[in-house]
Design a binder for this molecule. Structure first.
Ligand code: FAD
Length: 321
């Protein structure tokens, strides 16, 4: 089925739309003749400018959902529009906790098919989706064959966000139907993770440490180097699982996908599950004492050496500048 109208589910924070939401709007612009956003909260109208700048003509405002989880009201509102005949041809949803919840509930409520884990989209009469499998070593192409609007759940960093220079989106409210008991879960507490420096998935420089660091205390070297480079500190799953650093630092298939200008892998072997989360970096530097470590196969610059010597030397060199 030809895709004309695309709705993009946009997640808003106090600082504006999430980067992934802007990535999805950018992608939608190149695929559909009409792109609109769906958003909720108290600040939707305040974001109409930026949403228009990234390609949305209209932002459908679901309104203030209070302490409800977005899954039920957002899925209910979109399903209501589809049932009323005013829905789109495709719905783009970010791969986030709330996004996945919205997609699952929308699929059940509107009896629509879902494609998840999408990292690429190719337009045409029938839109083709791309999905990495086997740790990113193979790509599966898929497309919907039915008539109903398809739900596309798209991974972060699959597209670069680019403003189109469009005018502010017009704001139109989208009604939430009676949700019954499906809306009875609510948020009781919010925890804002402490962080200094840039966000891991938005930093221009990422310095990551792995098991080659030897022990938890040595992760301080990674943090020091990241700070000196105005970057963020990342980690392999091995040291997250070992309890050296929180999960929020994990890069890879089951962690964050990063695409910095420079990615520095220190004492990381380069398992496919790690590389799938960082191989899109513009420049990859690897420090490993094993010259046959797989990470060197994708590194632009490889340093065969001991992280306990190379990283402190780098820190000293940067400090002396
Ligand atoms: C379903 C699934 C999902 C996964 N998801 C992820 C994920 O999201 N992210 C992720 O990272 N992993 C993930 N993994 C785990 C992954 O397979 C690897 O086990 C993990 O990435 C290894 O971490 P590492 O490179 O730190 O450790 P290791 O593989 O043990 O490598 C340590 C490296 O350090 C080097 N080294 C040792 N000492 C020194 C030294 N003094 N100086 C320099 N180098 C040294 C060694 O030569 C070695 O190459 C996943 C696995 C599965 C099965």
């Amino acid at each position: 089925m030809a895709i004309n109208s695309i709705w993009v589910v946009v997640e808003l924070t106090d600082a504006g739309p999430t980067t992934t939401s802007l990535e999805l709007l950018t992608a939608a612009r190149g695929l559909g003749s009409s792109v609109d956003a769906v958003a909720w909260g108290t600040n939707v109208a305040a974001n109409a400018g930026v949403l228009g700048e990234y390609g949305a003509t209209t932002v459908y405002d679901i309104g203030d959902i209070g302490d409800a989880l977005p899954g039920s009201p957002v899925a209910g509102a979109i399903a209501g529009a589809i049932a009323g005949g005013s829905g789109p041809d495709a719905i783009f949803i970010p791969t986030s906790y709330d996004g996945r919840d919205i997609a699952g509930r929308l699929s059940a409520r509107a009896d629509l098919p879902v494609l998840t884990n999408i990292t690429g989209l190719v337009g045409g009469d029938t839109m083709t989706t791309q999905h990495p499998v086997f740790g990113g070593t193979q790509i599966v192409n898929a497309s919907f064959t039915g008539n109903g609007p398809g739900i596309y759940v798209i991974r972060a960093k699959s597209f670069a966000p680019e403003p189109s220079g469009g005018a502010a989106a017009s704001v139109s409210s989208l009604a939430v139907p009676d949700l019954g008991t499906t809306n009875s879960a609510s948020i009781t507490e919010r925890h804002v993770e402490e962080r200094t420096g840039p966000k891991l998935d938005e930093a221009a420089v990422v310095v990551s440490g792995g098991r080659g660091l030897g022990e938890a205390a040595n992760y301080a070297l990674i943090e020091d180097l990241a700070k000196l480079l105005h970057g963020a500190a990342g980690a392999s799953r091995a040291i997250v699982d070992a309890g050296w650093v929180p999960y929020a630092h994990q890069v890879g298939q089951t962690g964050k996908t990063v695409k910095p200008d420079v990615y520095l892998a220190c004492g990381i072997s380069g398992a496919t599950q790690h590389m799938v989360g960082m191989k899109g970096a513009k420049n990859i530097i690897a420090i490993n004492k094993d010259q046959d470590a797989p990470i060197f196969t994708i590194a632009d610059l490889g340093i065969v050496g001991d992280v306990h010597k190379v990283v402190p030397a780098l820190i000293e060199a940067l400090k002396s500048h």
